[in-house]
Structure formats: structure tokens, C-alpha cells
Design a protein around this ligand. Sequence first.
Ligand code: ZN
Ligand code: ZN
Length: 281
Amino acid sequence: PLIPGHEVVGRIEAIAADVSGWSVGQRVGVGFLGGHCGRCEPCRRGDFVNCRDQPFTGMTRDGGYAEMMTARMTGLVAIPDGFDAIDAAPLLCAGITTFNALRRSQARAGELVAIHGIGGLGHLGVQYARRMGFRVAAISRGEDKRALATKLGAHHYIDSDRENAAAALQALGGAKAILATVSSPSAMSPLVDGLAPHGELLVAGAGQEPLSVSTLGLIFGERSVRGTMVGTSIETEDMLGFSLLQKISAMIETFPLEEGQRGFDRMMRNEARFRVVLTMD
Ligand SMILES: [Zn+2]
Ligand SMILES: [Zn+2]
């Protein structure tokens, strides 16, 4: 048995003898990556996200659906004062995923960036993209999300049920980056044709079937498809600082820990708008 749950915020209750730089009582968070080892080859090259000996919180090591948990020092994220735990927690994976993907993309201020999918990740992606200074296009199916996407900061809304999203992006000049947050690879694939030269499709949503991309679409325009996974603990602190500065927050629903199953089921049925946060006293 394993305790599930990542995106955890709490206070340090105790620290091991060999830990320095953190203190009892300090408010900290843990995201998906449970802390790098510092010894493997990627770590020695400074690539902590791709550490080969890193626990995945709630997947390979006990997570946060609990009142207490243990964590590696290298996985800790300092939570700034002024950030409520329930607001900081849902950013520790979804926030860093979208923030870092955009911050590390080829897109520069004023260029067109598209966010594909307005859900748990996408509703944050739109906010980050807008506050980072991009021209933002939100892509979703149907008209339901139009008003929300606009409110979150999208300059353009593309209803992919009604129009060809790639053509719509090209009509806007072509996207320098498309952050794909949906869980359907077949919905992402055609968007490659909406990229500007040197544009990148950043894959943050996981799905079962493979992505199928036109090779000519990649060659002409030298476009690329790239996976993106969260970020380091210090980058997560950058993200929290930016979120506080720019007043970016996740839309959440809260459930007490005792009703965790109800919240979990709601999330799995895709009914939550948009992130479920478990609270405890
Ligand atoms: Zn390592
Ligand atoms: Zn996550």
C-alpha cells in the first residue's frame, strides 16, 4: 500500500541530523518530484529533473493524503509568506508544469502562444502566458470555455469543434509555442501545422495512444515536438513568487481529508473545476 497524493504543503515537524538550510516550523511544499539524489549522472550535470534516483511523490513514495509525510530535503519548496496553503498546493505540479514549459520555450514577449485545453493545467497556462507577455490563444472544444478563457487572459479563443485550430493559429501568424495540456494525443497531433517556423509543440498532457505528426510539418518550418515535465524545487519557488506577484491562482474545490475519496472521484470524473485540494486542521 502507498499513500497517494502530490502537491503537498505543510510545516516541517522534524529534520534529520545531516540536514541544513531548513528549520523546524518552516512552511514547505513537495511537488511531483520527491527530491534529486545529487549523485547520478544527470544530477552531476545539474539536470535535477531527470535524476535517475528520484522518488515520485504519491507514486513511488508515500504522498500527501495524510497528516504527516517524510520528504527528501532536495525536494522541498519554500512557501512564501502570504501564500495560503490551499492556494500554493495546487500550483506545485500544475503551476510549475505550465510556468516552466512557457518560460523555457522559444517564444518571446509579444509572440503568439497557444494553450491547448482549458482544464487543470490549461487554466493556469493561460494565466501564465498572459502575464509573461505573450499573445495568447486558448484552444478548446465547444463554446463552454470561451468566457472563462477570456477572463483568464486569452486574447483569442479557438473552438476546435467549429474550426480547424491549426488554420486558425496560422491566420494569427502561427504559434511560436503550443502548450498541449489535453490527454488526447490525437487531438494534439494536427496542431503542429499551426506552428510558426521554429515553433514547438510542448507536450504536457499524457495519453495512451501515440502522437502522430506529419514529417513534412516538422521539416518545413523546422518545427519541433518536445515533452516537458515540471521543474526543479528552486524553479518551483520562482513559479510561486511569480504567481504571487502576478496574482495567478488555480481555481479549486476543497474537501476535508476525511472526504478525500469523494474529492478524488470528482476529479477522476472530470467534474472538478479545476483542482481538488484536501484540507486538514
Ligand atoms: Zn540524481
Ligand atoms: Zn501532477
